[in-house]
Design a protein around this ligand. Structure first.
Ligand SMILES: *Cc1c(COP(=O)(O)O)cnc(C)c1O
Length: 389
């Protein structure tokens, strides 16, 4: 599936939207209902349905995951002068939302096996920051590529330090850890419905929480902080962050198909695992997590053992119009965050150097999957031949 108007070079994308007749039906029904504004029955229902799925008391649908992060941070009281602990291996939105509040991020390295926040380092950085009297407004774990962070270890550390957790589950809707759903682990959780995520509203996000006061305040801030009055009354600065009722309708259709879409991504991951199993030096990131939503399958290549570098595989696939992508460039390497404080082990740098996200979309046809696997197989055969000749 090609993205219209992109003029792009890929015939097989990393993670294309997966929409069909059900989405079309929901969207048209919403359009015909007359609820076109960012208010309406689909919006209310979408919030309720996602909250039920995640297992939280409520939800607030907003225009992006980034907006949800911003409101979540405000909701737990993050403000100017605070620091917020953020994994260095994440999408820039996690760090940007911290800056929107006037706080600054402190970056922490990841576990080399999962790519998720290194909990021992979080404990260390919390102790250090508290020792020098620095207020820590929040810890923001990211459920990277659809695998939950290690909440069994992390939550007690944050509770002891009395620092609230805001879970960035933008990549992880549908994932589970210890029987609980991604999004439900912090004081507030954040989901994204961006076009390349596990399910999409074309663009959108959601704040989920058990804290009804936090949700009420977030909902109010998302609608320009308008007070309940007949005229326009505002006591504080709000934001225009509410999600459209039309997009919520799209989201409701996607939510009905979420389990099927996760199953397809998981099947694809299993096929990659089988293909790479006999290849020395290649591992799949977080491969042992059976409760991941399998948003993106990422392989890591130890070139000393494989005999080839991950860029060579990426080039081979790119030459055949198959899209791959390096893992997130760590925040401590981003010019926008030059000089930010960070506690590093080199794990994120290594994953950035050795990792590659493979086509993982649930809308890939069997023919497309066969083409991806066959193209990788050709590459591996050629490299194996070269190594023995
Ligand atoms: C996608 C993503 C976001 C932001 O979501 P948007 O809906 O694109 O604003 C935040 N954090 C992470 C880790 C993401 O992958």
């Amino acid at each position: 599936m090609t993205t219209p108007g992109g003029g792009d070079r890929w015939t097989i994308h990393l993670s294309a939207p997966d929409v069909g007749p059900l989405e079309e039906w929901y969207l048209i029904a919403a359009l015909r209902s007359g609820w076109i504004a960012p208010v309406g029955p689909d919006l209310d229902a979408f919030e309720r349905e996602v909250a039920d799925r995640v297992g939280t008391q409520g939800a607030v649908a907003v225009s992006s995951g980034t907006a949800a992060l911003h409101l979540a941070l405000l909701g737990v009281g993050v403000g100017p002068g605070d620091v917020v602990i953020v994994p260095t291996l994440t999408f820039v939105a996690t760090a940007n939302a911290v800056r929107y509040t006037g706080a600054r991020p402190v970056f922490v390295d990841c576990d080399p096996q999962t790519g998720n926040l290194d909990v021992a380092l979080v404990a260390e950085v919390l102790a250090r920051l508290h020792a020098c009297g620095q207020r820590v407004g929040a810890v923001v774990p990211v459920d990277l590529f659809g695998s939950c962070a290690d909440y069994t270890a992390l939550l007690p550390v944050c509770a002891t330090a009395q620092v609230p957790v805001v879970e960035d589950a933008a990549e992880a809707l549908g994932a589970i850890h210890g029987g609980r759903a991604a999004g439900s682990f912090g004081r507030a959780g954040v989901l994204s419905y961006n076009g390349n995520k596990i399910m999409t509203t074309s663009g959108g996000g959601m704040l989920v929480s058990d804290d009804l006061a936090l949700l009420t305040r977030a909902r109010q801030l998302s609608t320009q902080a308008r007070e309940p009055a007949r005229h326009y009354e505002h006591r504080e600065t709000g934001y225009n962050y509410r999600l459209s009722n039309l997009l919520a309708a799209l989201g409701r259709a996607q939510l009905l198909r979420l389990d099927g879409m996760i199953a397809r991504r998981r099947q694809l991951r299993d096929r990659y695992a089988k293909l790479f199993a006999p290849v020395p030096g290649v591992t799949l990131l977080g491969a042992e997590d059976r409760d991941a939503n399998c948003w993106l399958t990422v392989l890591t290549v130890n070139a000393a053992r494989s005999g080839w570098r991950v860029e060579e595989l990426a080039d081979h696939l790119a030459d055949r119009a198959i899209e791959t992508r390096p893992v997130w460039k760590p925040m401590h390497r981003q010019p926008a965050y030059a000089g930010a404080e960070s506690l590093l082990t080199g794990a994120a740098d290594r994953l950035f150097a050795d990792g590659l996200a493979l086509p993982s979309g649930s809308s890939l046809t069997e023919q497309q999957i066969a083409r991806v696997l066959g193209t990788i197989d050709d590459f591996l055969t050629e490299r194996a031949g070269r190594a023995t000749s």
